[in-house]
Design a protein around this ligand. Structure first.
Ligand code: FES
Ligand code: FE2
Length: 463
């Protein structure tokens, strides 16, 4: 892609050549040559047929050119550039009250809310740590699952995850550390640690490296555009694999954009939404144009259109009992008529506690949504969606679908950010409520005896 740097490079090569050619071949100074050219253009018959606002001597011409240039730049962004929508805690999912900023409201809700009797805060399984394209030559410091980690690519390009703090004197390897071979070098005294096992291989000022000089190396896997970490409270090695999405790894489906949201809730609330078929009508029926504020979305101005959802959820049998499957049929009705191009059959596979691979069929816009949910703090979750579609589908179409999905998720966030985890829900004897019970039983397989719990201190209203 054409960038400022490549533009600068082209100019630095072509301008001296043009100058040299101009001076040596034609012996005409460059400014004079420009003037002669401009005179030729202005005196040509072309100028007679151009309208007055195209007059090169008029300042209006240059104002128009600038406005068109800026407009073109924005249009290019809208049509061709993949969406990258990032909403941090406080941007969405709270009711503003005029007196405080959204961030202040977010902070205060986070402190005063009733958390409820929540399950452990970090379930066992594979989680996304960083998207592959974000991990380049520089090591990256990441804080997830209550752990401080450094993620880096060795010189062969293989990704590794280690604890961030150096065992020598505690420097953070992710802030200033550098990659040397298959190791990361500490920025403080230069000790080197191997990526695949965390062993210290060199202390620059000592001939011997003590055996106990090592750092925790986490089990990791890079696939489908993500670097994943295996987290298990008892240190058990992976009991299942992340499935490869062949259309993505082969490049048939291309990356078309991403959204990133930070949610103030227990992790289980988010996947539970997949089995909560009753909320689809209540929260997701109104059109995207109705926005994310729950009190406004039922406005009669948008009642001419509705999203219609038919959904179900089940757990896959052994050996895939770690996978939950939600199926959804979606229809969009406007003035009572179905819009055929957005009619779709969606299959969402919940692969363990924090990954969902969702595929869409039945529309010309086939593709996959990857949902990556990773706990940042006990009650703060990072949710990243990546969308992949066939390379022939224009980015603006993918952008429209992603934007629609982001609005729907932000409606859920309004609920999640403000609710309590209801450990003992009052349920009816209906299929709708029984699916939520099933989902809770399914999700409980990801907690074990030593899974970390939240220490909530009622007296300080903080944790
Ligand atoms: S703190 Fe890392 S080498 Fe000293
Ligand atoms: Fe939802």
């Amino acid at each position: 892609m054409f960038s400022l740097r490549s533009g600068f490079l082209i100019l630095t090569v072509t301008v001296p050549i043009a100058l040299a050619a101009n001076d040596t071949l034609f012996k005409i100074p460059i400014l004079e040559a420009g003037e002669i050219y401009m005179k030729q253009v202005v005196n040509s018959r072309l100028m007679d047929i151009l309208p007055s606002y195209m007059n090169l001597y008029s300042p209006l011409f240059y104002i128009q050119a600038i406005v068109l240039g800026v407009l073109g730049y924005f249009l290019y962004g809208i049509i061709f550039r993949p969406i990258d929508r990032i909403r941090v805690l406080g941007d969405v999912g709270y009711r503003p009250d005029g007196k405080f900023t959204k961030k202040e409201i977010a902070r205060s809700v986070k402190k005063r809310r009733v958390v409820g009797e929540i399950p452990p805060v970090y379930p066992n399984g594979w989680f996304g740590v960083i998207e592959s394209w974000k991990l380049k030559r520089e090591p990256v410091y990441v804080s997830v699952l209550g752990e401080q980690l450094v993620v880096f690519r060795d010189e062969k390009g293989e990704a590794h995850i280690l604890d961030a703090y150096c065992p020598h004197m505690g420097a953070n390897l992710g802030v200033g550390g550098r990659v040397v071979g298959d190791c990361i070098e500490c920025p403080f005294h230069g000790w080197k640690f191997r990526g695949y096992d965390g062993k210290c291989t060199e202390v620059p000022y000592s001939e011997k490296v003590p055996d106990f000089a090592k750092i925790k190396a986490w089990t990791s896997a890079e696939l489908n555009g993500w670097v994943h970490i295996w987290y298990h409270a008892e240190g058990v090695e992976p009991t299942w694999k992340i499935p490869e999405l062949k259309e993505i790894t082969s490049g048939t489906w291309q990356f078309k954009g991403r959204t990133e949201h930070y949610i103030n809730a227990h992790i289980e609330e988010i996947p539970e939404n997949g089995a909560d078929v009753a909320h689809l009508k209540q929260v997701h029926e109104p059109l995207m144009a109705a926005g994310t504020d729950l009190t406004k979305m039922w406005s009669k101005y948008f009642s001419w259109g509705q999203h219609i959802w038919q959904a179900s959820w089940h757990q896959l049998p052994s050996p895939d009992e770690h996978v939950g499957c939600m199926t959804v049929d979606h229809d969009l009705k406007c003035f009572g008529f179905s819009l055929p191009f957005v009619k779709a059959h969606v299959t969402a596979l919940q692969i363990g506690p924090g990954i969902v691979y969702l595929t869409i069929e039945g529309t010309p816009f086939k593709g996959a949504w990857l949902h990556y949910l990773t706990p940042v703090e006990p009650m703060v979750q990072k949710l990243v969606h990546n969308v992949y579609m066939h390379w022939s589908i224009p980015n603006i179409i993918a952008k429209f679908f992603m934007y629609t999905e982001a609005i729907q998720i932000e409606r859920d966030m309004m609920i999640w950010n403000n609710k309590k985890f209801q450990a003992k829900p009052v349920f009816t004897r209906t299929k709708e409520d029984s699916l939520i019970s099933k989902h809770r039983r399914w999700y409980s397989q990801f907690y074990s005896e030593h899974s970390p719990r939240l220490n909530f201190q009622k007296d300080t209203l903080d944790w």
